[in-house]
Ligand binder design. Structure first.
Ligand SMILES: Cc1cc2nc3c(=O)[nH]c(=O)nc-3n(C[C@H](O)[C@H](O)[C@H](O)COP(=O)(O)OP(=O)(O)OC[C@H]3O[C@@H](n4cnc5c(N)ncnc54)[C@H](O)[C@@H]3O)c2cc1C
Length: 399
């Protein structure tokens, strides 16, 4: 269970963290971002990921704030990193079977795992591999790891300990506060050589020693990282259809932990007859992210209550019958929710949508302009996507 306090699940905490980070988003970030100083130490990275993951704060807000201070040239590296998240989300959105294939692989690997002790030791940090064991414990304690530590951990898991990649990705999903279907699955695939076929990431003693400031220098690491193989994923399909704004007329607003920013994916809460906010634990991927999501949902509900005429209800379970009752109570036949990308929330909304339809109600998902603008460009590798960033950012801001 992660220590409380590292990521207070409120919009206020996100805004304060962003404001504190912005001055360092230029050169200090690009020069220091690869260094992992260890838990509790001052760091060059923002630690905004749980807030971005649940859109307590949006990519657009973060990028805007940084552009205002540094301009695109001054904060290019940081903006590119934020756009990695956008890219992974868009990439998976157009290839949803990569997520379902991950879930199947995870379940299959669990079934056929011969050495359960080796898995338990890796999860608990009892392998004897310096650094790796420390990161396993840090992850359990804090729900967070520096990006470089995530890369080293995944590489050692796959190539030194020779454990199934999907079980490592599953461990991260269960423990990370920022657990995300796209960023996590596709990063693990990238380390394993599945994402960019043939290209893997090999963690070395020298690199770890250098970028942990000499805290760790593990011996006995794999010296080769042969790429794993699989049947190629399906070619990218277009983005699933979604509205870009709510339809005219009264509606019930449904907020989920996929998007808790005040503008709720471009849905004006003042136009809603009533709102339901849910942080159903089944919409999260693990205990750490579920606790954060529950707190962030409560915070969003409090904010909404101050901005709406109608009632705001917190719903523990995303339950179609309860949604029907809420819509009837608000005397509306339309429910509107921010678009949910691939993952448990999208699955739950698809199911609820069917049940609502059977009652003569419709559930409409509204996709943010940011996502509709960037996601269609995630067809090939990140480097092709990266070239599009200046043109796709708001030209006024991207000076
Ligand atoms: C194996 C592995 C698993 C990962 N799993 C997740 C995950 O489940 N959820 C998650 O949000 N990130 C994941 N990442 C990406 C990255 O490690 C984290 O987003 C980052 O470390 C968060 O710390 P930060 O907010 O201080 O990042 P900063 O360096 O301050 O970056 C700012 C923001 O940009 C985004 N970002 C930065 N680097 C990346 C990246 N490589 N990929 C995608 N987005 C990025 C994040 O939203 C981050 O908050 C994973 C990376 C690896 C190698």
């Amino acid at each position: 269970m992660p220590e409380p306090g590292m990521f207070p699940p409120t919009r206020q905490a996100a805004l304060e963290r962003l404001a504190g980070f912005v001055p360092a988003a230029g050169r200090a970030y690009s020069e220091g971002r690869n260094l992992d100083p260890g838990p509790g130490e001052p760091t060059a990275v923002s630690r905004l990921s749980p807030y971005l993951r649940h859109r307590v704060i949006t990519e657009a807000e973060v990028v805007d704030a940084v552009l205002q201070t540094h301009g695109l040239a001054g904060a290019e590296k940081f903006i590119q990193e934020v756009l990695w998240r956008t890219y992974w989300k868009g990439w998976l959105e157009m290839r949803p079977s990569v997520w379902s294939r991950f879930l199947e692989t995870r379940d299959r690997e669990r079934e056929r795992l011969v050495d359960e002790q080796a898995l338990a030791d890796a999860e608990a940090g009892r392998t004897g591999v310096e650094g790796f064991d420390d990161w396993a414990r840090e992850l359990a304690r804090t729900g967070y790891l520096h990006n470089h530590a995530r890369m080293w951990f995944a590489s050692i898991w796959i190539f030194t300990l020779r454990l199934p990649w999907a079980l490592g990705a599953d461990l991260f999903l269960r423990r990370l506060v920022d657990a995300d279907p796209a960023s996590n699955t596709l990063s693990w695939r990238w380390v394993a050589g599945l994402q960019t076929p043939g290209k893997t990431y090999l963690a070395t003693r020298e690199n770890i020693a250098r970028f942990t400031g000499g805290r760790f220098a593990p011996t006995g690491l794999a010296t080769e990282a042969p790429a794993l193989a699989e049947a190629p994923p399906e070619p990218p399909a277009g983005l699933p259809p979604a509205a870009d704004s709510p339809p005219p007329g009264p509606f019930l607003l449904l907020a989920t932990p996929e998007d808790l920013a005040p503008d709720l994916g471009g849905i004006d809460p003042a136009a809603a007859a009533a709102a339901v906010v849910t942080a159903d634990p089944r919409l999260s991927l693990g205990e750490a992210s579920s606790r954060f999501a529950a707190g962030a949902a409560r915070d969003a509900a409090d904010r909404l209550a101050g901005r709406m005429q109608g009632p705001v209800t917190l719903m523990d379970r995303l339950d179609a019958d309860a949604l029907v009752a809420a819509a009837q109570g608000a005397q509306v036949r339309t429910l509107v929710t921010p678009y949910a990308p691939v993952g448990p929330t999208a699955d739950a909304l698809a199911q609820a949508g069917q049940a609502l339809q059977a009652e003569g109600l419709r559930l409409i998902q509204v996709r943010r302009g940011w996502d509709s603008r960037f996601w269609p460009h995630a067809t090939a590798g990140f480097f092709a996507f990266r070239k599009q960033i200046p043109a796709l950012l708001d030209p006024e801001r991207a000076r």
